[in-house]
Design a protein. Structure first.
Length: 391
């Protein structure tokens, strides 16, 4: 039987033939991701621990003799035509901006791109926090690279995908999502140092699954509060640097240093800093416990992360807490926490394989009863990063 990725690639090639009446020259699949621990640490130059999941975005493509990109988004039943000679962002929110942005930044490097027919087909839910946007950017970049026979260092591809999202789409994301979609490894998470961009592959012991529960809450508050948290972290660094010479970001502050400086900081700023500093330490502890195969210790770190995000960083919400509470009361669950920026979005839960179905059924029954909302429940395994299949 096909793996989910292989089945997606095959289906995407079929849709491509139906749409363009020709054979694709390449099929690329790029996965979505979940961050296991290390939240709101990226912009503080800290550590994150994401993993690529078995939901992916596929692009099947073939070259065209003109200078146009004809792109069909299968999930949206929408076709767009872009000219490579005129790649400017379309209206805010247009899905084609993700692909156009990647093409734009490839061309800005000096790479010459030919026109292409492209069909996008995805199993990553959009807007659930599993990073369908980075999966689309990485798939698009690798499609252009393959069709045009380019050779570009991995990190440059990752950075230009992030640039596409920052500057073309207008979303201020960090680099984690593109990084993991590109370089993810089966049954592993990646511990990424957001300052140096060095990474370590961290094995996830056998016998567990990840369950992602989307609360179906989306809050517009998220972006203004996100900006405010960034400012609070910077305010913390500017006070702390008077007492801890040489620090540039909260990444450079240890929990002990911070505790000694408590009286110099505004109470709210202190709590924000405490979240970041302890969260960085939790990522490092997670790497150690996972390497030692100690899943219960790792699960406790996930619960502590959630508590810190709820109490110190104040980015959780009622519905995220409800899901974490249900997880905590369920058998076979090792740990759970909100994942993503917060104020809604998803909870990631690490659960023993034999308990995953019971947990999924319980969430499907209990969460709507207390929240009045329908959850999105995704049971995931951990997969490799982007795959390019020339045909
Ligand atoms: P997330 O990355 O958490 O899924 P975002 O809001 O960052 O959510 O990105 C979702 C957007 O990315 C969609 O609104 C759409 O514009 C684009 N996108 C993602 N997947 C697809 C797809 N399969 N086809 C077309 N556009 C997509
Ligand atoms: Mg996104």
């Amino acid at each position: 039987m096909d793996s989910p990725r292989a089945a997606l690639a095959r289906q995407t090639a079929e849709y491509f033939r139906g749409q363009f009446k020709t054979e694709p020259h390449v099929v690329v699949t790029a996965p979505g991701r979940v961050n296991l621990i290390g939240e709101h640490t990226d912009y503080n130059d800290g550590f994150v621990l994401p993993a690529a999941i078995d939901r992916a975005t596929a692009i099947a493509a073939s070259p065209r003799s003109d200078r146009n990109l004809v792109i069909h988004a299968q999930n949206l039943k929408s076709t767009m035509m872009l000219s490579l000679a005129d790649l400017t962002p379309r209206r805010t929110g247009a899905w084609s901006n993700y692909v156009a942005g990647v093409a734009h930044f490839l061309r800005r490097r000096g790479d010459n791109l030919a026109g292409a027919n492209m069909l996008i087909n995805s199993t990553v839910p959009r807007g659930s926090g599993l990073s369908s946007s980075a999966a689309l950017e990485v798939a698009a970049a690798c499609t252009f690279i393959s069709l045009n026979g380019l050779t570009i260092p991995d990190l440059d591809v990752i950075v230009l995908c992030q640039q596409a999202e920052n500057e073309f789409v207008g979303v201020q994301c960090g680099i984690m999502d593109q990084f993991i979609s590109y370089l993810g490894k089966k049954n592993h998470a990646l511990r990424i140092d957001c300052r140096s961009l060095e990474f370590l592959q961290v094995p996830i012991p056998a016998g567990v699954r990840l369950l992602i529960c989307d609360t179906a809450v989306r809050r517009s508050l998220a972006s203004s509060e996100y900006n405010r948290r960034r400012e609070e972290c910077d305010a913390g660094v500017s006070v702390l640097s008077r007492h801890l010479p040489g620090i540039l970001k909260l990444r450079d502050v240890s929990p002990g240093d911070l505790a000694r400086c408590e009286s110099f900081l505004d109470q709210t700023v202190y709590r924000r800093c405490r979240h970041v500093v302890t969260e960085n330490a939790r990522v490092e502890d997670s790497v150690r416990t996972l390497r030692a195969g100690d899943l219960s210790a790792f699960g406790q770190l996930m619960y502590e992360s959630h508590r810190s995000l709820r109490v110190d960083y104040e980015v959780s919400c009622r519905e995220l807490d409800m899901v974490v509470d249900i997880c905590m009361e369920s058998d076979g669950v090792l740990g759970a926490r909100m994942t993503g920026a917060g104020f809604g979005g998803s909870v990631v839960c690490c659960v023993r394989e034999e308990a995953v179905e019971v947990l999924a059924a319980r969430l499907a029954r209990d969460y709507p009863a207390i929240s009045g909302r329908q959850p999105g429940i995704h049971v995931c395994s951990l997969e490799d990063g982007v795959a390019v299949e020339p045909r």
